[in-house]
Design a protein around this ligand. Structure first.
Ligand SMILES: *[C@@H]1O[C@H](CO)[C@@H](O)[C@H](O)[C@H]1NC(C)=O
Ligand SMILES: *[C@@H]1O[C@H](CO)[C@@H](O)[C@H](O)[C@H]1NC(C)=O
Ligand SMILES: *[C@@H]1O[C@H](CO)[C@@H](O)[C@H](O)[C@H]1NC(C)=O
Length: 191
């Protein structure tokens, strides 16, 4: 009896671990420029009868292993107090797609310090899961780094041409010398 109970427990555990409930990211890495907007999205397993109030999520940006809360949903309700001030007024949550199992967040007026690893934990009555994605925000206000050679090809081609030319010249000189030496040999032998 005890054995059967253990086996049942194990089966339960396996089915839970093996992922009847999953959390995915639609994109694992995002690249954006400062002051631009971006939409990040996580998806999770849903059932047709899923209640929005069963959805709990916590999405955070990890900087040096320290989480800054980006978005917190408690029993289907957004908890804006949890949000880190870095993101205040810059996050838009799309409520309409939550029922489809989508956590869609728009981050606006991106800052370079928004860069990093984002982790979203999702828990519903059906299970728990988490997934990460990376965001890289590059600075925009600084002028483009100076590029003295806009197209490096002509210059390098010029150098190649010079080398080829030098090579040919050397070969020609060698050939002329060889011919000269040979002709001298021949003229000597015919003497
Ligand atoms: C998660 O990703 C897998 C593999 O791409 C896919 O089969 C599954 O349907 C996705 N599930 C959700 C809930 O997005
Ligand atoms: C970014 O989002 C904000 C707020 O949603 C909007 O007012 C602005 O026009 C958007 N900018 C771009 C470049 O899409
Ligand atoms: C972020 O993007 C810049 C510009 O494309 C790149 O040089 C840099 O390596 C990227 N950083 C990371 C951590 O991916």
């Amino acid at each position: 009896m005890k054995m059967i109970f253990r086996i049942l427990l194990l089966i339960n555990l396996i089915s839970w671990v093996s992922g009847t409930f999953v959390v995915n990211v639609t994109q694992t890495s995002y690249q954006a420029e400062e002051n631009h907007n971006i939409t990040v999205e996580w998806t999770f397993t849903t059932k047709p009868d899923m209640s929005i109030t069963s959805v709990n999520t916590l999405c955070s940006l990890f900087i040096n292993h320290k989480p800054l809360v980006l978005f917190h949903l408690h029993d289907g309700v957004e908890v804006s107090e949890s949000q880190h001030q870095q993101f205040s007024g810059r996050i838009q949550f799309d409520k309409h797609v939550l029922r489809e199992g989508r956590i869609r967040l728009q981050l606006s007026r991106l800052r370079t310090e928004d860069s990093g690893l984002y982790l979203c934990d999702v828990k519903t009555d059906d299970g728990f899961g988490s997934e990460t994605c990376r965001l890289n925000v590059t600075a925009a206000d600084h002028p483009e780094p100076q590029r003295p050679t806009v197209s490096p090809e002509p210059e390098s081609q010029g150098w190649i041409g010079l080398y080829v030319g030098l090579g040919l010249t050397a070969a020609a000189v060698l050939l002329v010398t060889l011919c000269f030496a040979l002709s001298r040999c021949f003229t000597k032998s015919t003497d």
